[in-house]
Design a protein around this ligand. Structure first.
Ligand code: SF4
Ligand code: SF3
Length: 537
């Protein structure tokens, strides 16, 4: 196997024997083959589009299948076999409708019948099989990983009824690139990667419309970090619809629903927070589940990434749904969470009341813009000197303490906006407020990066300047491919001076990095003191 798609890749170069994430070589090969099969579907879908044939179900299936190869989503070989077979069936059906045929390459790929034989076929799809110039390989991988993130956001939006055929058209174009007979130079691969970022802005806009249109705009909400006496279910991942369905199905059953990881900001949505049994938040970021889950006395449901190998002490009460998979766990289909509910009722639940501390969520674009006048006045009067967006993924590396220390050291006349699971490094810090404006504002999940971008754009509008001229610095942490595509989106928007950590992507070659430094002044994080000094002068 060879996989280098996430930040914790082995030795900073690539996982070659088993994934640091727990991915087995068999699954890695099946993921490569899933991508290869998708490239075949993409080639046919592009031909079909030329003839005016667009099949929304196939578009969405393609996005789902790519999302399932994102880090920490699906570790179940059998599920990948199903995806590969379905992708090829869709491709064949579409080829007949479009009257096209391919005799070589991924659009002619026929999957073998057994998992072992599929594993052997995967060699044609291995990243290491690409012998192009290393800088081109680097950009191809950047594009592929960006598209995995884009597919995730397009799927999240589609689940809530928000789609745009142009988003799927780009996914097919990006997947077909390298197999479509077009020779691209470095500049053209860069252009494709930036187009991926630009398309992702649209996908995130759709997702924002889906989330806020269905569940309302998040409002400031106190979320208990303690617990109360009752049966309980913990919901992890990012999917609001799964959570909503579970809230409906558990109404009046004597079960409290707790969020885990990236589900924390969902407490701010009016249509979700109205359920009295939607109680609080348990635990921190994804990489701590082995430490934290044994203490949760109820059922646990994963709706999307990031799942870690469930430990024996709690694996009988972990359930998956949607694209998440782990071999041997019960997988809930079609929003039927009855197995999760049965398990929660069998479990002891919390047997005492322990309210604990609260944290605030709900500072999405609507809330922040509703106090825009106050914020602008505070900047003009000097009460707010600078904004930091400290956001992105969390992970296991000790170097990620940088983000905790950075936030702790931000001066009292600065405001920290945050989003995604990296916030668990500092989410419960009491930073106080500036004239009633909290110094720590939780914009939401990584899925809400659109909201943060809109806040920045609105501030730039109010100050009649560009986003790069605002007293705003982006200090980002990355781990998986949703972060890759958000980064591409920021670059496509022309955002400069981003600080990125805890380490730079293994798939970026020195030449590609030079390009990013020269054109965007992107830089690795150093130390909190040095970076704060450099930013604030
Ligand atoms: Fe390694 Fe990350 Fe790939 Fe897992 S997803 S195999 S940790 S590079
Ligand atoms: Fe986190 Fe997995 Fe990226 Fe949604 S839950 S940000 S890592």
């Amino acid at each position: 196997m060879f996989c280098n798609q996430c930040e914790q890749t082995a030795k900073g170069t690539g996982c070659t024997t088993i994934g640091v994430c727990g991915k087995q070589p068999e699954v890695s090969a099946l993921q490569d083959l899933t991508v290869y099969a998708l490239r075949g579907l993409a080639l046919v879908a592009l031909e079909a589009r030329k003839k005016g044939i667009v099949d929304p179900a196939i578009d969405h299936y393609g996005a789902k299948a790519l999302f399932t190869t994102l880090t920490n989503v699906n570790f179940d070989p059998a599920r990948f076999q199903t995806y590969i077979n379905e992708i090829v069936k869709h491709r064949q059906a579409l080829a007949v409708r479009a009257g096209v045929s391919f005799s070589t390459g991924p659009a002619s790929f026929q999957p073998a019948a057994t998992l072992d034989a599929l594993g052997a076929q995967a060699e044609i799809a291995a990243l290491t099989a690409d012998k192009s110039d290393p800088d081109i390989v680097s950009l191809k991988q950047t594009l592929l990983y960006g598209m995995k993130g884009l597919a995730a956001y397009a799927d999240h939006a589609a689940v809530l009824g928000q789609t745009d055929p142009e988003v799927f058209a780009f996914l097919f174009k990006g997947l077909a690139a390298g197999y479509d007979g077009v020779q691209r130079d470095l500049g053209q691969w860069v252009e494709l990667a930036l187009e991926c970022g630009k398309t992702n802005l649209r996908a995130m806009e759709l997702l924002d419309a889906g989330n806020t249109g269905t569940y309302g705009h998040p409002v400031p909400t106190q979320v208990p970090l303690g617990h109360r006496k009752n049966k309980c279910i913990l919901v992890s991942g990012h999917d609001l619809r799964d959570l909503h369905e579970l809230l409906k199905q558990t109404e009046g059953k004597g079960i409290d629903i707790y969020t885990h990881g990236e589900m924390l900001p969902t407490h701010g949505y009016p249509e979700l927070k109205k359920y009295p049994h939607f109680y609080g938040h348990f635990g921190t970021a994804w990489q701590n589940q082995h430490k934290e889950f044994p203490a949760f006395p109820g059922a646990i449901l994963f709706t999307t990434n990031c799942i870690q190998k469930p430990q024996d002490s709690y694996k009988d009460r972990v359930f998956t749904t949607g694209l998440v998979g782990w071999p041997g766990l019960v997988h809930c289909e079609n929003y039927d969470f009855s197995a999760v509910i049965r398990k929660a009722l069998e479990m002891p639940g919390f047997t005492d009341d322990a309210p604990g501390k609260n944290v605030m969520v709900g500072f999405g674009r609507n809330t922040v813009m509703s106090v825009a006048g106050q914020v602008i006045d505070a900047v003009k009067s000097g009460a707010i000197r600078h904004f930091f967006l400290v956001g992105g993924c969390d992970g296991a590396k000790p170097g990620r303490n940088y983000y905790t220390e950075f936030v702790e050291k931000t001066p009292k006349d600065t405001v920290v906006l945050t989003l995604a699971c990296g916030k668990f490094r500092f989410f419960d810090k009491e930073l106080g407020d500036i004239g009633g404006i909290p110094r720590l504002l939780d914009v939401g999940q990584c899925n809400d990066a659109y909201s943060a971008i809109q806040i920045a754009v609105a501030l730039a509008g109010a100050f009649e300047c560009g986003v790069n001229d605002l007293p705003l610095s982006l200090v980002l942490s990355w781990y998986e491919q949703k972060a890759v595509v958000i980064l591409l989106t920021l670059l496509a928007l022309g955002i400069k001076d981003i600080r990125l950590g805890p380490s730079l992507p293994a798939f970026i070659t020195p030449n590609v990095l030079n390009f990013l430094v020269q054109n965007y002044n992107i830089k690795p994080i150093t130390t909190p003191d040095e970076d704060l000094k450099a930013i604030l002068g």
